[in-house]
Design a protein around this ligand. Structure first.
Ligand SMILES: [Zn+2]
Ligand SMILES: [Zn+2]
Length: 535
């Protein structure tokens, strides 16, 4: 069999892996690339395979960086089934049309300027019709049930504890009478998150393809996140400001609601006005409430015993129209406003930031991953002035980054999950992480768990034959627009190889020096990363 890495390779977005076994061609995720211009341009590249030759798709969860290119895949000839859990399919029903709407809107804007400048018209990557057509191809995969895809391939979805409906996917491949198990982690959540179940521990796999978003980070304030959250809210209310929470519509918003509900029920924060200002978040919250069967026991109990619903209570308001959203700029009393996008680079959140960033009495709380180059990343890094919708805004509000709310496992949690395998896997492939997160993490996995670890490049393929595997380097032709990007990534790799050699020598004589050296690598990588974002 052959496994090709077609996205989320040395970056976080664009998850997609092609598994070829004889006549079977299975795609695991078909996500959209998000971030700098060079990275999002990858969405416009032709697929590295003929979409009509794909036999089926396994979708780990609904987030756009995993599902976002499915409408393009179907539009270009894929006719087979897309297997996903019931909740993932329901969430895609709102997220893919929403994404299509953004594609159409972006193309329209580009054309308005471009046509005047004499440029050729830009087509949207896909349209609303493409998104609806693609939704017809979804088929339900139930948690823990084995599904036979073909005589040689059986798969099983299990809860990944990342967002409702998210899955780790087991793929059993039989070739020449021997069965090999591949395990795709999808995105892995933190244990003890509210509403959703904990990530499923798996105790055997021959090969693991795992995310590494926070491979080189330990979430701060994990233990006291509720107290910190309450304190920020209370302090802001005292100052008479608003609490603005940029949040991903699906998953984070519901987690934040849960905590606000819990804190107000306990009388730790006042019963202030809370507004969800994101049509997508409103629909997603609805889907959550219709799928309580997948909730964790604690939340199920809470729904049975408590008078008020943690996702809907009297002083929680949902704003649907743009006018209702604008009216929030003139609120007289302090309020919590939760809006998208989570990285503050688009959407209604921009209006709320524009009206609150300059006010020293207001607070901005980030609760999720902030990609390089996003407005959110600049704010948490302490920018004093930012440009929002063409306007210079001075940053005088308090800005907080509460990492404990993250939907992704951190280094300790990833290592713990990886440590549950009873027999050492033959190989671990680290995906879904920027290189300064995955490279030190690969080192750590090898030194603590002894699993052979590889960080694939975009387009790399791995041939697997039972216990044997080898890497075939990418032969995907990269056009000039993204060539520079790959040249940089390559340079980083050369630098890291040098470090790795030194690390191996040092590990023998003085292992205590390793963290310091890894740290130095991350610093070395920083300017390269900055350049990457400007491409
Ligand atoms: Zn995700
Ligand atoms: Zn992801």
């Amino acid at each position: 069999m052959r496994l090709t890495f077609l996205g989320a390779a040395r970056m976080v977005t664009g998850s997609s892996y092609l598994l070829e076994v004889g006549q079977d061609k299975i795609l695991i995720d078909c996500g959209m690339f998000q971030g700098s211009k060079a990275i999002s341009n990858l969405n416009r590249r032709p697929f590295a395979y003929d979409p009509s030759s794909i036999t089926s798709v396994l979708l780990s969860h609904a987030h756009i960086d995993h599902s976002g290119l499915l409408p393009k895949l179907c539009k270009e000839g894929f006719k087979g089934p897309i297997y996903a859990t019931q909740v993932t399919a329901e969430l895609c029903k709102i997220m893919l049309p929403d994404s299509a709407h953004i594609q159409e809107f972006d193309a329209e804007i580009a054309n308005r300027k471009g046509l005047r400048a004499g440029k050729a018209p830009v087509e949207p990557i896909y349209t609303l019709d493409d998104a609806y057509a693609c939704l017809m191809q979804f088929k339900t995969a139930s948690y823990t049930a084995e599904m036979v895809l073909s005589p040689n391939i059986t798969v099983r979805f299990q809860d990944a504890g990342h967002i409702l409906g998210s899955s780790v996917i087991d793929v059993y491949v039989t070739e020449q009478g021997q069965t090999t198990k591949l395990l795709f982690s999808g995105d892995l959540g933190q244990p003890d998150q509210p509403i959703i179940q904990d990530p499923t521990y798996v105790d055997e796999a021959d090969y693991i393809i795992t995310e590494s978003t926070y491979g080189n980070r330990k979430h701060q304030h994990y233990d006291d996140k509720e107290e910190r959250f309450a304190q920020v809210i209370n302090d802001t209310v005292k100052r008479g400001g608003n609490i603005i929470i940029p949040s991903f519509a699906v998953g984070r918003t519901q987690t934040v609601l849960y905590y606000i509900h819990k804190l107000r029920m306990a009388g730790i924060i006042p019963d202030i006005k809370v507004v969800i200002d994101s049509p997508l978040a409103i629909s997603a919250t609805d889907i959550f409430m219709h799928n309580t069967q997948d909730f964790d026991n604690e939340t199920k109990q809470l729904l049975l015993n408590e008078a008020e619903n943690p996702l809907n209570w009297p002083k929680l308001t949902f704003t649907k129209t743009a006018d209702e959203s604008k009216a929030l700029n003139h609120l007289e009393e302090p309020a919590v406003i939760i809006s998208a996008s989570g990285m503050a680079d688009a959407g209604r959140i921009l209006h709320h930031l524009k009206h609150n960033l300059w006010r020293p009495e207001s607070s901005i709380i980030f609760v999720g991953y902030q990609a390089e180059g996003s407005l959110g990343r600049r704010l948490i890094e302490g920018a004093k002035r930012v440009k929002i919708m063409g306007e210079e805004i001075s940053v005088r509000a308090q800005v907080y980054n509460l990492e404990g709310f993250s939907a992704h496992a951190d280094q300790d949690q990833l290592l713990d999950w990886l440590g549950h395998f009873k027999i050492k896997p033959m190989g671990v492939f680290l995906v879904h992480g920027e290189f300064d997160m995955s490279a030190p993490f690969a080192q750590l996995i090898e030194s603590t768990l002894g699993y052979p670890t590889y960080i694939p490049r975009y387009g790399d393929a791995v041939t697997i034959n039972g216990k044997e595997w080898s890497v075939i380097e990418s032969d995907i032709i990269v056009e000039p627009a993204v060539k520079e990007l790959f040249a940089y990534l390559q340079q980083v790799e050369i630098d890291f190889q040098v470090y790795r050699k030194r690390l191996e020598q040092i590990a023998v004589t003085d292992p205590s020096k390793i963290p310091e050296l890894l740290d130095r690598f991350v610093k070395l990588y920083a300017p390269i990363k900055k350049t990457l974002n400007d491409l």
